[in-house]
Write a protein that binds this ligand. Structure first.
Ligand SMILES: [Zn+2]
Length: 510
């Protein structure tokens, strides 16, 4: 198939035409969360943008297999093998076991993803499922001379590599910024950048999860899990590896070091890194104590879709500055957009279900034509037969949308195409099927049916109803059921139905 997507590759620091290892197929890996707390919306920015990347590839006709790990063991509070174990820290904080913490926060992460319309990856694997794979990889690294045992831990020996600083233009001083000064240097390390592949109990006596290994009872280092879990499901060659830019060093640098030493060849072709979410004071993160979550937003009455749109309005390789004022503006824009789309639905007489069925049929034809390089005009003309959809316009705008988002996931350009469609002189049905198709990538709930807004209740009536409910309560208390029934009747005559529930008496207009 024709390659219509360009991606900025952190490995080469260039925007490149995306060419997968196998024609039409994409092997994609995402570094998953460490499940010791709720996800910060800054981390969720990465998952939103990776979701758009996956959906853009699917829109372009690729078959995507996406894998993600869940870190439920081995991630220390500093990414460089020092500090406390994050999972243990979470368990102590909440007086729960590590596995209870892992289950609770994995579920919470999944709920956040659902609220933000982030598709759950095809394979999601917790690190604790793959201990034997980690041990195997470490054994091979030891055999090949890339690892050594010191102080009962197993370390990766970075001096054996031809090159370690894989992400280009970073200097050694810059790399050291990520390493905290207040923690003791691990004296077992032969070289400064060596990292732990396997910890034994010598590191933490109170480590909750431990496994037998050829080197003693212990647990894996953090970096090894992504190498093993990705290879287990995607094989030895990967197309795209994603993560937040925090992961570039040491995590991804170390993943490459150990994976390529193990495999003996290049491992990943494209690295996709999403930039930070900042506030006026700089990067927002959990470790700084700003635990800003999806629930925090909802608590302030902000629909998670507004946060998604906020992320999509800027480019993933730029820092994004968060503020509630900006979210307010985003909400105003979103509401206007939805209003326009809703009026088109009324004009076309299509509800969400009917629209999706039509759009899915056309999209299937378009994607198949992309995937197998078939004649697009013929495919779409056939799919839209008997409908009002303008086939030529459909193809033109689809190409325009793919050119926009396919240009290094330029989501704001993609959104501009939505407005172009709305501003065009196409008929309502054509506009709607196009927007529904684009929303498979943007996932902003653009075409879903919304309940009619409730009419405002007259405050006088409300006060009257509440006083009558109180009066009835009193009557019931005095066992004057005839009076209680009379009040119910009186309210019903005024168009108000009441219902007794465990939480008290509720009412509605009928
Ligand atoms: Zn990872």
């Amino acid at each position: 198939m024709e390659n219509k997507i360009q991606l900025f590759n952190t490995l080469t620091r260039k925007t490149e035409k995306f060419i997968p290892n196998e024609d039409g197929k994409v092997a994609m890996y995402t570094c998953g969360p460490t499940v010791y707390h709720f996800a910060h919306i800054g981390n969720l920015r990465s998952y939103i943008m990776e979701d758009v990347l996956e959906k853009t590839l699917r829109y372009a006709g690729y078959d995507v297999k996406r894998v993600m790990n869940i870190t439920d063991v081995g991630h220390l509070s500093s990414d460089a093998d020092t500090g406390e174990d994050k999972m243990l820290k979470g368990a102590k904080r909440e007086h729960k076991t590590v596995m209870e913490i892992a289950k609770f926060y994995t579920d919470a992460f999944k709920t956040d993803c659902e609220k933000l319309n982030i598709k759950w990856p095809d394979v999601v694997e917790p690190a604790t499922n793959c201990i034997s794979e980690f041990i195997h990889m470490i054994e091979v690294l030891l055999e090949k001379g890339y690892a050594y045992k010191a102080g009962e831990n197993i370390y990766f020996d970075t001096s054996k590599l031809k090159e370690y600083y894989v992400f280009g233009n970073q200097s050694e001083e810059e790399l050291l910024v990520g390493v905290r000064d207040d923690v003791e240097e691990d004296t077992n390390k032969r070289n400064k950048n060596d990292f732990v592949l396997w910890f034994t109990k010598s590191k933490f006596e109170d480590q909750a999860l431990k496994w037998d290994s050829p080197w003693g009872v212990g647990y894996p280092g953090w970096h090894i899990e992504c190498s093993c879990i990705s290879m287990k499901h995607l094989g030895e060659y990967m197309d795209i590896h994603c993560g937040g830019i925090d992961n570039m060093f040491p995590h991804h640098t170390n993943e490459i070091a150990q994976s390529e030493s193990y495999l003996g060849h290049k491992w990943v072709n494209y690295w996709f890194h999403v930039h930070h979410l900042n506030d006026r004071n700089g990067k927002m993160s959990k470790s700084k104590g700003d635990i800003l979550t999806v629930s925090t937003l909802e608590g302030k009455g902000i629909d998670p879709m507004i946060y998604r749109l906020f992320c999509l309005q800027s480019h993933y390789r730029k820092p994004l500055e968060f503020s509630y004022d900006v979210l307010d503006n985003v909400k105003n824009g979103y509401d206007k957009l939805i209003k326009k789309i809703d009026s088109l639905k009324t004009e076309a007489g299509l509800d969400h279900k009917a629209l999706s069925e039509l759009s899915l049929k056309i999209e299937k034809a378009r994607k198949t034509a992309e995937r197998y390089s078939k004649d697009m005009n013929e495919s779409i003309a056939k799919a839209v037969k008997g409908t009002e959809v303008d086939a030529t316009a459909y193809i033109d705008f689809s190409d325009k949308f793919l050119a926009a988002v396919g240009n290094d996931i330029n989501t704001s350009s993609g959104i501009t195409v939505v407005y172009d469609v709305l501003g065009s002189n196409l008929n309502a049905v054509t506009k709607l099927v196009l927007i529904d198709a684009f929303d498979q990538v943007l996932s902003l709930n653009l075409t879903v049916d919304r309940p009619e807004p409730k009419a405002a209740v007259d405050p006088e009536l409300e006060a009257f109803v509440l006083s009558k409910i109180e009066e009835r309560k009193e009557a019931k208390k005095n066992k004057d059921f005839a009076k209680a029934d009379a009040i119910r009747e009186e309210l019903l005559n005024k168009g108000v139905a009441i219902k007794d529930t465990r939480e008290g008496t509720v009412w509605e207009l009928v």
